[in-house]
Design a protein around this ligand. Structure first.
Ligand code: DQA
Length: 142
């Protein structure tokens, strides 16, 4: 199984960014755990982070026919990016949406996800573990 993992805007600042909400681990720490878990499950993984909507859209296009699953934390784009939603639909990857925080217990504008209804499922509020659980799911589902 080939898995594309995408981290959206501001997630490069993890560790320093509102740690009471997003935790103390850096993106590098989380990516190392993702790579470890992927190796354990014999999943081929590519990890990509960008602060730019277009770069995320283009990364998705690159993976048309190249990956089986998408694990994505679209960050703020979750709440309004129709371009990312359309790109996910266009490339047809089975998608798991991940959020570190519980987007349903925060500001109202975070409760809406334009990705959730086209995803296999959404994991939120469990911190970095959400990414690892998504990989556990993919291993077990396939
Ligand atoms: C987030 C939640 C979003 O609302 C926010 O804009 C983020 C991170 C999360 O992982 O909890 O940047 O996706």
């Amino acid at each position: 199984m080939r898995v594309l993992v995408i981290h959206g805007p501001n997630l490069n600042l993890l560790g320093r960014r509102e740690p009471e909400i997003y935790g103390h681990l850096t993106l590098e720490d989380i990516n190392s755990m993702i790579e470890e878990k992927a190796a354990e499950h014999s999943l081929e993984v590519e990890i990509f982070q960008s602060n730019h909507e277009g770069a995320i859209v283009e990364k998705l296009h690159e993976h048309y026919g190249r990956s089986d699953y998408l694990v994505i934390n679209p960050a703020a784009f979750t709440h309004y990016s129709i371009a990312i939603r359309d790109a996910v639909l266009a490339v047809g990857l089975k998608t798991i949406e991940v959020h570190l925080s519980n987007i349903h217990s925060r500001e109202d504008f975070r409760k809406k996800s334009v990705i959730a209804d086209i995803a296999v499922g959404q994991i939120c509020g469990l911190g970095y573990r959400g990414y690892l659980m998504a990989l556990d799911y993919i291993k077990e589902a396939e």
